[in-house]
Design a protein around this ligand. Structure first.
Ligand code: PGA
Ligand code: ZN
Length: 419
């Protein structure tokens, strides 16, 4: 048995220039697993806490030296001597020692992910295969699988340039396409959209996740650009390609109403639901994430009741990879898909537990990056190891986004050689 002999962390930068942690777990046989913590911009209020040095002016109060210190002292002491293959015990220890509902005592730290990476090196398996072993012990899946990518072409909301209200506009390759085919289709459409936006004089930047952040007039205009662009490729909407949205409705919700540029006045839940129905009819929307605010349970239930048969209704800020919130959503029939983000809950084992609940309920899984990312590809291996239905890693552009897509390409190649 290998034993964890050393754990250390340091402050690095994420893709937004904001500090985060990179943590290493080393065993006595010398292998080192290294992993980094991503961070959100449009975080749900029920997520695990990002501990930041708010009382220290360096990095405008966004430093993470306190969290680094916590890893290097108390958390390292807690896991040193443990077997990295015993993920459940390591994670139980991390949860127990923090002791708070939202990991607010010591903050997000990536020890759990780094221990999993270290274990994969010890057993001599690729990370996705080691995660698959953990997932199959838990009865989560019987096979590995490369998920379908939700490719984020246009960034609005808190990720954009302040112009569009909806956060992520996706193209979704049909599920009968291989990952390589889907990625190629996505890139061809992404580049075509870029040309069309430039021709309209509408492109002036990209957003947090590498999608264009154009100065269009309304949210529906973004879909018009999609339709125009897809027509110029050899793919057809409704057969090869579908559209989807992460609305991230928290960001335009105020006092029970939703205000978007497409409408002259703020809408109540029922009016916004009608608007989603019309978008669905017009633009073949197949997946809708966070269509209502994170605690608007009644709106979610109505949406699911009315559209759940034909559209995948996905919760992110609603669920925050938290078993209690997922349990409630299953009982209340609020959705039928869950975004899975390890850093929302803090450890790999808690993440796997939520994945099991979600799969047992017959829902779909969407394994996701964050808007503040690093080049760590952990999330790609996680998605394959748990046989997720979908991944969202942003646009097929920008280093920290393509790091994940390229990792899936490598895994797809590896799996094709071994089958
Ligand atoms: P975030 O956005 O990483 O800024 O939270 C991603 C998402 O909402 O899915
Ligand atoms: Zn989201």
């Amino acid at each position: 048995m290998s034993k964890i002999s050393k754990v250390w962390s340091r402050e690095i930068l994420d893709s937004r220039g904001i500090p985060t942690l990179e943590t290493a777990v080393m065993v006595d046989s010398g292998q080192i697993g290294v992993s980094a913590v991503p961070a959100g911009t449009s975080t749900g209020t029920h997520e695990a806490l990002e501990l930041r040095d708010t009382d220290n002016p360096r990095y405008l109060g966004k430093g993470v030296l306190k969290a680094v210190e916590n890893v290097n002292t108390v958390l390292a002491q807690a896991v040193i001597g443990m077997d990295p293959q015993n993920q459940l015990e390591i994670d139980k220890k991390l949860v127990e020692i923090d002791g708070t509902e939202n990991k607010s005592k010591y903050g997000a730290n990536a020890i759990s992910q780094s221990a999993a990476k270290c274990a994969s090196l010890v057993v001599g398996k690729p990370l996705y295969a080691w995660i698959f072993d953990l997932a199959s012990i838990g009865g989560i899946t019987k096979t590995v699988k490369i998920p379908t990518p939700l490719l984020n072409m246009i960034n609005g909301g808190l990720h954009g340039a302040g112009n569009l209200d909806f956060q992520e506009f996706w193209v979704i390759p049909a599920s009968n396409k291989s990952f390589a085919e889907g990625l190629q289709m996505g890139v061809e459409i992404y580049l075509t959209i870029g040309e069309n936006l430039a021709r309209r004089g509408a492109i002036h930047s990209v957003g947090h996740e590498g999608g264009y952040a154009p100065n269009l007039f309304t949210n529906a205009d973004a879909f018009e650009v999609f339709v125009e662009s897809i027509k110029q490729t050899k793919y057809s909407m409704g057969r090869d390609i579908f559209l989807g949205l992460d609305v991230a409705a928290n960001s335009f919700y105020k006092n029970g109403e939703y205000l978007i540029k497409d409408k002259s006045s703020a809408m109540e839940e029922s009016a916004l639901l009608e608007y989603y129905k019309s978008l669905k009819e017009q633009y073949q929307i197949a997946i809708l994430e966070d269509a209502f605010q994170e605690d608007a349970w009644n709106g979610w239930k109505k949406l699911y009741a009315e559209l759940g048969n034909s559209v995948l209704i996905v919760g992110d800020d609603l669920l925050v990879t938290n078993s209690k919130r997922v349990e409630k959503a299953i009982a209340e029939k609020a959705c039928n898909g869950a975004v899975i983000k390890t850093n929302q809950i803090g450890t790999v084992s808690e993440t796997l537990h939520v994945v099991k609940m979600v799969k047992d309920a017959g829902w779909k899984t969407v394994v996701s990056h964050r808007s503040g990312e690093t080049n760590d590809g952990f999330v790609a291996d996680l998605a394959v190891g748990i046989a997720a239905d979908y991944v969202k890693f942003g646009a097929p552009a920008r280093g920290e986004r393509v790091a994940k897509y390229n990792r899936l390409t490598a895994i797809e190649y590896e799996l094709s050689k071994s089958s």
